[in-house]
Design a protein around this ligand. Structure first.
Ligand code: ZN
Length: 490
C-alpha cells in the first residue's frame, strides 16, 4: 500500500517496548447502563431534526460546533486549534464542468494545420475555476504499456480514447499529465462519458493539485487523429510515450459552489513535554436533508448511527478517561467535517495539523458504532498496519474482550477518516465491535445506512457502543501514558 513504508520500521521497536510494560487495571467506571443512557441523550441531540442532518456549512453545523464546544469544555478540555479556537476553518469547492461554447474552447495545431474543436465539448479542471493552456505537446501512450510511468506526462496533454479510461484511471495521478484529452468514437460513448465526468465532487479549496480534462466529440476526435497523422504510429519512447508533434491550446471557465466549514479540535494537555499526543477522532458531519427520493415524506438524513453515535462515544470515552487525567501525553480530540464528501476534514487536518503529525503516537477513529449489541469482540480496522495492535489487544483483554480478525478490512480501511492519517504515517486504527459481526454490519449497510431511517428509534443499538466507549477510555489512558506505552513519540 502506498506511503505505508514509514510505519513498518518502527513497528518492531514499538512492539518490543510495549511488550515490557504492564497493563493497568481500569479504575471503576459507571455502569454500562448509565453509559448507554448518556450516549442516548447525546445521540438524540445531534440527530435531532433541529440539527438538519449536520451538513457542512449549514445552520446544523453551527449547532453541532456549539454543542461540541460546550460538551468538551464541560469535560475540562481546552480549545485545540490555532489561536485558541475550537475550530480549524477551511473551505470546500465543487466545480461544474464547462460545456457551453463561451466556457470551453480548445484546438490542436500541427505545423500549418489547425483544428478548432466544436460542440459538444466538455472541459474540467479540478484545481481552479479558470484554466488557460497554450502550446502543450499532445502525446499518446503505447496501449500495451502495463502501467504509466510516474511523472512521464508532466507538461504533456495525453490523448486517450474513452474506452481506455478504466484501465488508466488509477495511473493518471502519478503520471501527472497537465491535460487529459479524451476522444470518443461515437455519440453513445460521448454521452456516457459526459454523464460520468459531469458528476463533480467537493474538494478542499486549498488543494491546488489536479489536471485538466477536455472531452471532444466523435467528429472532432476523428479530425484530431487525422491532424496528428502518421505521428500516431511512431515508436514510443522508453516510458511508452508517443510524441505527436501537435500542440494543444485550451481554455476552461467553470462555475463553482463554495462551503465554509470547520473541524472541531479540543485538547487535554499532557504533563510531559515532548511526549507526543494521542488523537481521538470522529466525524460530526452527515448528509443534510437530501436522503431518499425527492418525493419522499422524510428526506432528513439524521445520521444517528453515522456518526452522531461516534461523536457520543468519543465524548463519553474522553470524559471517562479525563477523570483520571491529565496524562503524560496530550489527548487531542478531533471532530472532522466533510467525511461524507470524501474524508475532506481529515485531509484538511493533515494538510495543516494542530500538532505535528509525527508526534501523534496513536490515532483512534470512531465511526458508526451504534449497531452491535453487548458482548461482541473487537475488530481493529487497520490491523497489521501500525504498532498499536499489541496494546489494543492487551487493553481489550483487561475488559474481557478478545481482538479478532475481520475480512472487512480490505473493503473498509480506505472508507474512513483513519485512512487519511494512516496514509500520512500516523498510526491510526478504528477499533471496536462494529465490524465484529459481519451480518449485523451488512444489515445496517443495506438498511438505514445513508438514508432517512438512520435516526433515533428502535434500530439504535447502544450495547456495543457503551462497551466501545469504555474500551476507548482505556485505550486513551494506555496510549497517553509513557509507562504503559513508551513506544512512539520523541
Ligand atoms: Zn456516512
Amino acid at each position: 500500500m502506498q506511503r505505508l513504508t514509514r510505519l513498518t520500521g518502527t513497528i518492531g521497536a514499538a512492539l518490543l517496548l510495549s511488550a515490557c510494560a504492564t497493563t493497568p487495571s481500569p479504575p471503576p467506571s459507571p455502569s454500562l447502563d448509565t453509559i448507554e443512557a448518556e450516549l442516548a441523550m447525546d445521540i438524540a441531540t445531534l440527530a435531532d431534526d433541529d440539527f438538519g442532518g449536520r451538513f457542512p456549512g449549514s445552520e446544523g453545523e453551527a449547532k453541532t460546533q456549539a454543542w461540541l464546544a460546550q460538551r468538551f469544555g464541560q469535560i475540562g478540555l481546552e480549545p485545540g486549534a490555532a489561536d485558541g479556537d475550537w475550530t480549524q476553518d477551511f473551505a470546500l469547492v465543487r466545480r461544474s464542468p464547462a460545456t457551453e461554447p463561451g466556457r470551453v474552447a480548445a484546438s490542436a495545431t500541427r505545423g500549418e494545420r489547425r483544428v478548432a474543436f466544436s460542440q459538444p465539448m466538455l472541459g474540467a479542471f479540478s484545481a481552479q475555476d479558470e484554466a488557460n493552456f497554450s502550446d502543450v505537446p499532445l502525446v499518446g501512450v503505447d496501449p500495451d504499456l502495463e502501467e504509466l510511468v510516474p511523472g512521464s506526462l508532466v507538461n504533456r496533454a495525453l490523448v486517450l480514447p474513452a474506452s481506455a479510461i478504466a484501465k488508466r484511471a488509477n495511473q493518471l495521478e502519478a503520471a501527472e499529465p497537465t491535460v487529459l484529452v479524451i476522444t470518443t468514437e461515437d455519440q453513445k460513448t460521448y454521452d456516457q462519458s459526459s454523464r460520468f465526468f459531469s458528476r463533480s465532487r467537493w474538494r478542499l479549496e486549498n488543494d491546488r493539485e489536479g489536471m485538466a480534462l477536455i472531452m471532444i466529440s466523435p467528429e472532432d476526435s476523428a479530425a484530431l487523429m487525422e491532424t496528428i497523422g502518421r505521428n500516431a504510429d511512431r515508436a514510443p519512447d522508453g516510458h511508452g510515450v508517443v510524441a505527436y508533434d501537435t500542440m494543444l491550446d485550451a481554455r476552461i471557465s467553470q462555475q463553482s459552489e463554495r462551503i465554509e466549514t470547520a473541524n472541531f479540535i479540543a485538547r487535554l494537555p499532557g504533563t510531559v513535554d515532548g511526549a507526543g499526543a494521542v488523537l481521538v477522532l470522529a466525524h460530526w458531519d452527515h448528509l443534510g436533508d437530501e436522503c431518499g427520493p425527492p418525493d419522499a415524506a422524510d428526506r432528513l438524513c439524521n445520521g444517528a448511527v453515522d456518526n452522531a453515535s461516534g461523536i457520543a462515544v468519543m465524548a463519553q470515552a474522553v470524559e471517562l478517561a479525563a477523570a483520571d487525567g491529565p496524562f503524560d501525553r496530550d489527548v487531542i480530540v478531533l471532530g472532522t467535517s466533510a467525511e461524507e464528501m470524501g474524508l475532506l476534514g481529515a485531509e484538511a487536518f493533515v494538510a495543516d495539523p494542530a500538532v505535528p503529525l509525527p508526534t501523534i503516537v496513536a490515532g483512534l477513529n470512531i465511526d458508526t458504532v451504534a449497531i452491535a449489541p453487548r458482548g461482541e469482540p473487537v475488530v481493529i480496522l487497520g490491523a497489521g498496519e501500525t504498532p498499536l495492535d499489541y496494546g489494543i489487544t492487551e487493553v481489550a483483554r483487561t475488559l474481557g474482550r478478545e481482538v479478532v480478525p475481520s475480512d472487512l478490512q480490505a473493503a473498509f480501511l480506505r472508507r474512513q477518516d483513519g485512512w487519511v492519517f494512516l496514509r500520512e504515517g500516523v498510526p491510526t486504527v478504528m477499533a471496536g465491535g462494529t465490524l465484529a459481526d459481519e451480518e449485523v454490519f451488512q444489515a445496517f449497510l443495506q438498511g438505514p445506512y445513508h438514508g432517512a431511517d438512520d435516526e433515533v428509534g428502535e434500530g439504535l443499538e447502544l450495547g456495543g457502543a457503551a462497551e466501545d466507549a469504555v474500551l476507548h477510555a482505556a485505550l486513551i489512558r494506555y496510549f497517553a501514558s509513557l509507562r504503559t506505552y513508551p513506544g512512539g513519540g520523541n
